[in-house]
Design a binder for this molecule. Structure first.
Ligand code: BGC
Length: 722
């Protein structure tokens, strides 16, 4: 047994509609029913259950034929209950065995009500918030006929060139695991979740989408797999196999991942769906010479459902009949799909009529979580929060943009529902003069709008520049080779800053950007990611001090692209960076440190840490140790601190990261208030893969750091004893 992450608790079953019947624990009667269903199925019907196709809003006539013929297990991208219901009716009344369909959709950060992108939401360091938005999104999606989402995306990502960094929780396996579990719990109150992309997709070389990966088994197990394990422990119904290969073995035909680790080690009883045509792509990877061979490889590796390749249903029957695929492999995959449908309650209630949460509740939640997701990166001389007086200049191509705050993967989100930053500011300071000038486009090279922007800034007491990326510059197939502000936005920023009107830079982006000039020259920088429908209100709440910024970076911001990949939980090397030693691990032209470290974020108040103590100086690996620290609000405003605890295993049989996040807590403090904060470390969570590739907590000294981010903090030591 591998000792595993004790922080991952499954919600009491009664709290969750979907996980109420864990997939492994079916009632005997129902289990018999599934068995007899399987016995009644033809081979073609079995392979049909393993077939998943995308519709284009509505099922096509050909797809309806497949449903009637029992050759489809699920459809995705059917939009609206008025479209899912008739298709389900065909499945349960016109197909021979009347097996209901799964209806999937990429409900990533909202269905119609769009919440912050997952990377933004991870900045909240608030898994409860992530659970709440996932629950709400799932309920809203369910009301529109969806019963299965392709989320959460739990890929650890250390390379900001990779556009899909926006969809996950950033670079840290601990934060990523808590967020993964929270989102699974949230979604599965109403619909099935899918942890994706299994596994290692975030390690795409050079940040280039779909690229190969080279991940050692140790790094795979310690860094990339924990969020998947967390999702499995939280009862996730399905996993999606990734596009990438791992050292030559594609994830969608990788028996080590989808069988050895997932099913045998972790005991996962749900099903695995491929990514979009990732089964067919085994041919391009060069591990299969034909479509049929690709299908054989994927299915026998443990990929139960074929998304969009059509290979299982079209090409595998002959291979099963000739015993090149053992019939038992097909039966197991079919059983997993049927059990999942049963667990979801589809045999009882195929249409699952649901009511969406009231819009006001959704928007209130969206605004609150968006506020928590904002990270204050710089605030020289307390320029922020702004007084509610003007004139205020609001400048930039994203200032009054209604589409981009939705970010990538916004399913049914609509620009019309978005409150822009300009609208949010106007609503916040009624009666105050607000001068607006877009200045430039997001990517255009025209500087024709600069003059008006500069004039507006000159007339104002403060200039709020809203700059960044288009929503679709991150997400899938959106790798970037440069991470500066696109188009002429950098020049716009410099032109406005040259007016000497104080500048607040409000960023909208789906990844860390390179912000060197701004970090040196702009007094205030606010990272808002893509906050969704309440972007403008949440941003104004923070800019004017109604909400204290409490977001912290879930990912490192490098100084220059040449530092990438740059992440906080790296190993020490034999020659750790030393400014006084040329022959140490560093660059000759840039500091080795990040611009903004993991865990970093300012508040409008200040916090002081003191008196860090541990409950024990020595403990066994089966015990836990509690760190206590006094955190004081030393400023004159109320604020929320995210107290972070990192651990370093100082001597191991294998070199360990210089710091690893193991606990954190959000703490709200009034001015002058101080509180003793407790953070518990279950020592079994200090496991790593030893020389023998078995998980172990090794005796020895551990350093504990407690502070406001991964680069600061008090420290103390304890010893794990045998
Ligand atoms: C993406 C998946 C997504 C699927 C279905 C693929 O291209 O990689 O994340 O769930 O499409 O839309």
């Amino acid at each position: 047994m591998r000792p595993h992450t004790g922080f991952l608790k499954v919600l009491p079953a009664a709290l969750s509609l979907v996980t109420a019947t864990p997939a492994g624990a079916q009632r005997p009667g129902l289990e018999r029913r599934i068995d007899s269903l399987l016995a009644a199925m033809t081979l073609e019907e079995k392979l049909g259950q393993l077939n998943l196709l995308s519709a284009n809003g509505q099922a096509s006539p050909q797809q309806l034929q497949l449903v009637r013929a029992g050759k489809l297990g699920g459809l995705f991208n059917v939009i609206g209950a008025e479209n899912t219901t008739p298709v389900q009716r065909i499945a349960v009344t016109e197909s021979r065995l009347k097996i209901p369909l799964l209806f999937g959709l990429d409900v990533i950060h909202g269905y119609r009500t769009i919440f912050p992108i997952p990377l933004g939401e991870a900045s909240s360091f608030d898994p409860d918030a992530a659970e709440a938005t996932a629950r709400a999104a799932g309920q809203e999606a369910a009301a529109f006929g969806i019963n299965w989402t392709y989320a959460p995306m739990v890929d650890i990502a250390r390379d900001p060139r990779w556009g899909r960094i926006a969809e996950g929780s950033g670079e840290d396996p601990y934060l990523g695991s808590l967020m993964a579990a929270a989102r699974v719990r949230g979604f599965q109150q109403n619909i099935f979740a899918t942890a994706k992309h299994f596994a290692g997709y975030g390690a795409a070389e050079a940040g280039r989408e779909y690229n190969e990966t080279e991940i050692s088994e140790r790094t795979m197990r310690e860094t990339y797999l924990p969020p998947f394990k967390a999702a499995v422990d939280a009862g996730v119904a399905s996993l999606m196999s990734a596009f990438n290969d791992i050292a030559g073995v594609p994830a969608s035909g990788n028996a080590w991942l989808t069988d050895t680790v997932l099913r045998r080690e972790w005991g996962f009883t749900g099903f695995v769906v491929s990514d979009w045509t990732s089964v067919a792509e085994l041919v391009n990877h060069g591990v299969a010479g034909s479509q049929a061979e690709a299908g054989r490889r994927a299915l026998t590796a443990g990929v139960d459902m074929d998304m969009q390749s059509g290979i299982y249903v079209d090409s595998l029957a002959a291979l099963v009949r000739s015993n090149q695929i053992p019939p038992a492999v097909v039966d197991s995959a079919v059983m997993r799909i049927l059990r999942a449908k049963q667990r979801l309650g589809l045999f009882r209630d195929p249409y699952r009529a649901r009511t969406a949460p009231p819009t006001t509740d959704l928007r209130t939640l969206a605004r609150r979580v968006a506020g928590e997701s904002i990270v204050l990166l710089k605030n020289e001389r307390s320029l922020l929060p702004l007084p509610k007086s003007g004139p205020i200049a609001v400048i930039g191509p994203l200032a009054d943009n209604k589409e981009e705050p939705l970010g990538p993967w916004h399913t049914q989100g609509r620009g019309d529902d978005v409150v822009t930053v300009l609208q949010g500011i106007k609503a916040k300071v009624p009666g105050t003069a607000v001068l607006y000038a877009p200045g430039s486009g997001i990517e255009d090279t025209s500087t024709a709008g600069f003059a008006a922007a500069v004039t507006a800034a000159r007339q104002a007491k403060v200039a709020i520049l809203v700059l960044g990326e288009r929503g679709d510059m991150s997400g899938e197939a959106a790798s970037r080779s440069s991470l500066g502000l696109p188009g002429v936005q950098q020049q716009l920023l410099e032109a406005v800053a040259a007016t000497r009107t104080p500048v607040v830079l409000v960023l909208m982006n789906g990844r860390p950007l390179i912000l060197e000039w701004a970090a040196d020259h702009v007094p205030a920088i606010v990272e808002t990611w893509f906050l969704g429908v309440e972007a403008g209100n949440a941003t104004a709440d923070v800019l004017f001090g109604d909400v204290d910024p409490s977001g912290r970076l879930p990912v490192t911001f490098p100084r220059v692209l040449g530092q990438v990949p740059l992440y906080y939980n790296h190993r020490n090397t034999g020659r750790p960076p030393d400014v006084n030693n040329k022959y140490s691990s560093k660059y000759i032209d840039v500091p080795v440190t990040p611009r903004f470290p993991f865990g970093f974020g300012l508040s409008y108040t200040t916090f002081a840490y003191s008196n860090l103590k541990l409950s024990a100086a020595r403990a066994r690996a089966s015990d836990s140790v509690t760190a206590t620290v006094t955190v004081a609000n030393t400023g004159n405003r109320e604020g929320t601190e995210v107290v972070q605890l990192y651990v370093r295993d100082e001597v191991g049989s294998v070199s360990r990261p210089v710091r690893e996040l193991k606990a954190f807590r959000r703490v709200a403090l009034r001015p002058g208030e101080s509180r003793t904060v407790e953070l518990r470390i279950a020592l079994r969570d200090l496991w790593f893969y030893g020389l023998d590739m078995k998980p172990v907590v090794e005796p020895g000294t551990f350093a504990v750091y407690v502070g406001p981010n991964s680069a600061e903090g008090l420290d103390v030591r304890f010893e794990v004893v045998p």
